[in-house]
Design a protein around this ligand. Structure first.
Ligand SMILES: *Cc1c(COP(=O)(O)O)cnc(C)c1O
Length: 446
């Protein structure tokens, strides 16, 4: 029997020291961990994370927006254990397996009509790479090789690999690597916070769609696709916009012969109140990208769903006309099983409807928070809430994060924007914990 190498009991400070010496943490300046220590997590259950000293934290950001049905969910756990006994992995080129077939069929039934073909990647950014490459390759295969450019929204976020970064508009992530990426144009964001005084979110969405139209008119001959985060631009600070923008974007892309790529990596899987955000505008994109919540927050997996029209453009005798993209773990059976178990929960617990009353309840409980004079632009779409805090502190995000931990809460503000994106299993009492502790934090920092 193979012995596990290390059996010394761990505590927070020991693990923290070892992590800082051996692990390069993502999206961080490592030096900042000298002042704002890492938090070693020992285990999770439901909405709670527990550290090695026994303290608990309500995971109000679903561990970077991935967790849907709580940590250590028994249904997903069981599905994984079952799959583990049978097949952990097999390559998907030249082979297939039941979990990937069942998942693809179920997604096809659930997604907006017409998206019948599923192509798999390992994480969100790889799904974006797939969609961008597939779109440009489609145009090449159909005799329009000049259509190789992409547009996205201002303040968009589509991931951090070089292709995904070229359609991402978050300066911090993009500027250091600007020399490495192809610069792609950005069009005005329909973020309703940017509406003129007295202008409705809907009117502003139409004004932005007019701007998109102008761009498409001028550049459609070189454009492969327009990529967009439907309804909510996550990394922009949970900016929310009117669904009319998507409706118009679909019409315009069709009219000008440009693909529409819906990046539902963050907003898919029920986050915005419907299983897919595109449903709220009643549109079918040419490419639908899913990741994050698709495995319930368990394992890395992403999928790009596309149409018969796109699929047929690649179907030929020549290998070079086929879609040339692969990842070692494409369609991993364990990840697909976690995704199937996640879809089971949606069906069995009527999650979309249940979330409607949960969201209403949280809005009701949050009354004194929303009415606090330092809370600006309170907004909510489905199971996402966000607001800006009028605070004098330049380092608000760090202070808020630390103070939240002291209050048994995991919040990770974006600038001065606090957002909630809790696991869907959050109970009434846990919502009360979330909003009352947040109110205390806002009062302290404003
Ligand atoms: C997280 C995210 C991505 C990138 O996914 P990764 O798994 O982090 O590579 C892309 N688009 C959106 C909208 C996201 O929220």
């Amino acid at each position: 029997m193979i012995q596990s190498m290390n059996t010394t009991p761990l505590n927070n400070s020991l693990l923290l020291q070892r992590s800082l010496s051996a692990v390069w943490h993502p999206c961080s300046q490592m030096k900042h961990y000298e002042t704002f220590p890492l938090l070693p997590i020992a285990r999770g259950k439901g909405v709670w994370l527990y550290d090695h000293d026994g303290k608990r934290y309500l995971d109000a950001v679903s561990s970077w927006w991935v967790n849907l049905f709580g940590h250590s969910n028994s249904h997903i756990n069981n599905a994984l254990v079952e799959q583990l006994q049978v097949l952990e992995h097999v390559m998907l080129a030249g082979f297939t397996h039941e979990p990937v077939v069942r998942l693809s069929e179920r997604l096809r039934e659930l997604a907006p009509a017409g998206l019948g073909h599923c192509s798999y990647g390992s994480d969100g950014a790889s799904a974006i790479e797939i969609a961008l490459k597939m779109s440009a390759h489609y145009w090449r295969n159909t005799g329009k090789p000049l259509k190789t450019r992409f547009i996205s929204l201002q303040n968009s976020y589509h991931g951090e690999t070089l292709g995904a970064l070229s359609v991402t508009d978050v300066a911090l992530f993009r500027d250091a690597y600007g020399a490495l990426i192809t610069q792609q144009a950005k069009v005005v964001s329909p973020d309703s916070r940017l509406a003129a005084a007295g202008e409705s979110a809907q009117a502003y969405a139409h004004r932005c769609a007019d701007d998109l139209e102008l761009h498409l008119q001028q550049h459609h001959e070189e454009l492969a696709a327009f990529i967009v985060e439907p309804l909510v631009q996550g990394a922009a600070g949970m900016s929310m916009y009117h669904p009319d923008y998507l409706r118009r974007a679909r019409e315009l892309c069709t009219r000008y012969g440009v693909h529409l790529i819906a990046d539902e990596i963050a907003v898919g899987m029920g986050r915005t109140g419907t299983l897919f955000a595109c449903e709220q505008a009643d549109v079918t994109p040419d490419f639908l990208c899913l990741s994050k919540g698709i495995t319930g927050g368990y394992l890395p997996l992403s999928v790009v769903m596309t149409t018969d029209d796109v699929y047929r453009a690649f179907y030929a005798n020549e290998t070079a006309r086929g879609f040339l993209h692969s990842h070692s773990y494409t369609g991993n059976p364990l990840a697909c099983s976690a995704a199937l178990a996640t879809l089971d929960i949606f069906a069995q617990d009527d999650v979309i409807n249940a979330n409607r009353s949960k969201a209403a309840h949280l809005n009701y409980r949050a009354q004194s928070l929303r009415e606090n004079p330092s809370v600006k632009n309170w907004r909510n779409t489905g199971m996402i809430w966000a607001f800006e805090v009028d605070s004098p502190h330049e380092d608000f995000a760090q202070r808020c994060f630390s103070l939240a931990l002291q209050n048994e809460l995991l919040l990770r503000p974006i600038g001065k924007t606090i957002y909630f994106m809790p696991p869907y299993v959050i109970s009434d009492a846990e919502m009360e914990h979330l909003v009352s502790r947040t109110l205390h934090i806002v009062e302290t920092l404003s």
